[in-house]
Write a protein that binds this ligand. Structure first.
Ligand code: ADP
Ligand code: ADP
Length: 239
């Protein structure tokens, strides 16, 4: 049974149909890769999976305890609770995901507050563990993201996203804009995390190489529509 299931989702902005009748699934522990050119609707779809955006039509279910029915029908509070506890996201733009002038450990610790933990020392320790798992250099715990490289900023976002061990991890162009050598390092970290923790992931990228490296299941989008979908082994099979 899929962990994530999106069905017949459409979204129009003014006269732009950003997403048109898209359906997608990801089984537990799988990585769903969504690939397509800029403007094909990938980010819009990911923001819907993070319940930041509501489609005009369509349904979204996550097969988790206490999360029944179509999640697009949840009220704002229930959405925020679900995102705060079960879904992690890494944005392409670190400014969307991080407080750039707070310490890196503080950015991650803040995300842990919803767990009910109130000990500063324990929050910091748990934040450090998540940063370490994201291969963030632990001598930079107190550095604010604004003083860090793009690759390090992505690692802070990743630590924040996995700190509460979410059921679903969403990644929007996780390596775009990074130096090529750094891209490979971030990809290695993601691959290792996936293997160690079996988190269900959705990765959006315009870069086929990223999708080929990470995804088990692939969806190709063009102008808001799904033009091809299947297991990575089939999609990337040489003809
Ligand atoms: P991708 O992530 O594949 O680059 P997007 O989902 O960002 O694609 O965008 C799909 C289309 O929807 C584009 O034409 C984009 O300009 C438009 N779009 C996305 N978000 C908005 C928005 N908030 N308001 C208006 N148009 C939007
Ligand atoms: P990405 O590079 O991930 O596709 P974009 O740069 O297209 O993201 O969009 C970044 C933000 O701007 C998103 O929140 C999106 O909703 C918004 N956006 C994108 N296109 C438009 C648009 N044509 N009008 C208004 N907002 C837009």
């Amino acid at each position: 049974k899929p962990l994530l299931s999106v069905e017949n989702v459409s979204k129009t902005y003014g006269n732009v149909q950003a997403v048109r009748n898209v359906s997608a699934i990801a089984y537990p522990g799988e990585v769903l890769g969504i690939v397509g050119e800029s403007g094909s609707g990938k980010s819009t779809l990911l923001r819907m999976m993070n319940l930041e955006e509501t489609p005009d039509t369509g349904t979204y279910t996550l097969d988790l305890p206490d999360t029944p029915g179509n999640l697009f029908e949840l009220d704002r509070f229930a959405r925020r609770m679900l995102c705060a506890t079960k879904i992690g996201i890494v944005y392409q733009n670190p400014h969307l995901g991080l407080l750039m002038k707070h310490s890196s450990s503080g950015n991650v610790a803040e995300r842990l507050l919803v767990s009910g933990e109130r000990s500063f020392a324990i929050l910091r320790e748990k934040a450090t563990t998540a940063l370490d798992a994201s291969e963030f250099p632990l001598d930079r715990l107190d550095a604010p993201p604004i003083e860090l490289s793009g690759g390090m900023q992505q690692r802070v976002q990743l630590a924040k996203a996995i700190a509460l061990e979410p059921a679903l991890l969403l990644l929007d162009e996780p390596t775009t804009g990074l130096d090529v050598s750094v891209q490979a390092l971030v990809l290695d970290t993601l691959k290792r995390l996936q293997q160690d923790r079996q988190i269900t992931m959705v990765v959006v990228s315009h870069d086929l190489g990223v999708i080929r490296t990470l995804a088990d299941r692939v969806m190709v989008m063009r102008r808001g529509e799904v033009v091809e979908t299947g297991l990575a082994d089939q999609i990337f099979q040489d003809p």
